[in-house]
Design a protein around this ligand. Structure first.
Ligand SMILES: NC(=O)c1ccc[n+]([C@@H]2O[C@H](COP(=O)([O-])OP(=O)(O)OC[C@H]3O[C@@H](n4cnc5c(N)ncnc54)[C@H](O)[C@@H]3O)[C@@H](O)[C@H]2O)c1
Length: 365
């Protein structure tokens, strides 16, 4: 029986959705969130679920070895799930060092201290202990018009973000192969849903639209991503913890391949349905008649991967995972959530970031 889980990065987008999922769907006695609260982590994402008796917050850095060891000893987890990361590709282009420090060094510290803790556990605890590392499909690089990423696809990361995640994945694998730490990896496609920081495509485009600001479309807008509603990702991770085999990796994706242009067009359709442009003074004050008119082509991201698409057959067959949302239902719910949480949007952007364009790698121009 699993009693305690540590969720690193639990104040971020997917991590906070995962904590909610655990609260709703499991009988875990203690859920400990370990998060440094970078610009992307917010206690507001955990509103209503922190509870000193069950859902506990520990503000710390996963790259702080002493703190990680102390938190493992204090809470004695049965499961550790690592979401903590620098996660925005454009930021990794501007400044890779934070990505190396958190995504690689931080993960190695989590693993190292987990191995020590695991080594000191009794036989019963060892049987059920799991370390699950949450990773991305970006480690596989880019696809042409055909084909899907499988678990066996060789790694070929193209951005500093993807390279840092790939390095972390290799360390997780090595801790299983070399030391026998019962570790697993999940590699998921692009997520969307509530609590995503408005630097990523969907919330950024949505907020720019309702504020009458231009909606940047990188390159020709035809790069393809395979979109998954965040709750479906969370369920996949939970199943991997409950039923996954240590040493294995599982790809997670919803078979929702869309070009960025298709994503923006569908999104603008839902915004028009819930908040029509004709009644939006942010647009009318600028003489703009439709959300469509805000679409603006901008210079492409350097090294922009053309297409990602996941083969999720393994997690479906072995663990019984099935996504519950398609792109239409998931995106509709997401738009409704953002439109009813504009205070949250304002709060999380109250720091330095104001949706400006990042990641143009000026030095190489
Ligand atoms: N967003 C996606 O589409 C997607 C897809 C596949 C995989 N992933 C992976 O899932 C994980 C979560 O992604 P997300 O989109 O929720 O990211 P996010 O940027 O929204 O959240 C990251 C969280 O990690 C915390 N954090 C950052 N550095 C830390 C450190 N040194 N110590 C402790 N906490 C730290 C932040 O405060 C934040 O709460 C990442 O590992 C990412 O690579 C994301």
């Amino acid at each position: 029986m699993h009693k305690t889980i540590i969720v690193t990065g639990g104040a971020g987008f997917i991590g906070s959705n995962f904590v909610r999922h655990l609260v709703d769907k499991t009988k875990l006695e203690k859920i400990v969130i370990l998060d440094k609260l970078t610009y992307a982590g917010n206690l507001g994402n955990l509103e209503g679920i922190l509870d000193p008796a069950r859902v506990i917050f520990e503000k710390n850095d996963i790259a702080d070895a002493k703190a990680v060891e102390r938190i493992y000893q204090k809470h004695r987890p049965d499961w550790i799930v690592n979401f903590a990361a620098e996660s925005h590709v454009d930021r990794s282009i501007d400044n890779p060092s934070d990505f190396i420090e958190t995504n690689i060094v931080g993960t190695s510290i989590l693993l190292d201290k987990a191995l020590k803790y695991y080594g000191e556990s009794d036989a019963e605890h060892k049987k059920t202990f799991r370390f699950l590392h949450v990773s991305t499909d970006e480690v596989y690089g880019t696809l042409g018009a055909e084909g899907l990423f499988k678990e066996e696809t060789p790694y070929a990361p193209n951005s500093p973000y993807a390279a840092s995640k790939a390095a972390a994945d290799h360390l997780v694998r090595a801790y299983y192969e070399t030391y026998g730490l019962p570790a697993l990896i999940t590699n998921c496609s692009n997520n969307y849903g509530p609590y995503q920081f408005p630097e990523k495509l969907i919330p950024l485009a949505l907020l720019n639209a309702i504020e009458g600001k231009s909606i940047p479309i990188y390159g020709d807008g035809l790069n393809v991503r395979d979109w998954l509603y965040v709750e479906d990702h969370c369920e996949g991770i939970l199943l991997a913890l409950q039923k996954g085999r240590p040493g294995e990796k599982y790809n997670i994706g919803g078979s929702n391949e869309k070009t960025n242009m298709e994503v923006i067009n569908t999104l603008l359709g839902f915004i028009e349905e819930f908040s029509p442009a004709a009644a939006n003074t942010a647009l009318s004050s600028k003489g703009i008649k439709s959300y469509e008119a805000l679409k603006t082509f901008v210079k492409d991201r350097p090294g922009h991967d053309r297409r990602y698409a996941i083969d999720a057959q393994k997690i479906k067959t072995e663990l019984g995972w099935q996504p519950q949302h398609n792109f239409q239902t998931g995106l509709r719910a997401t738009v409704q959530w953002y439109l009813s949480h504009l205070d949250w949007c304002r709060e999380v952007q109250s720091g330095k970031y104001q949706r400006e364009r990042l990641g143009l790698a000026q030095a190489s121009d």
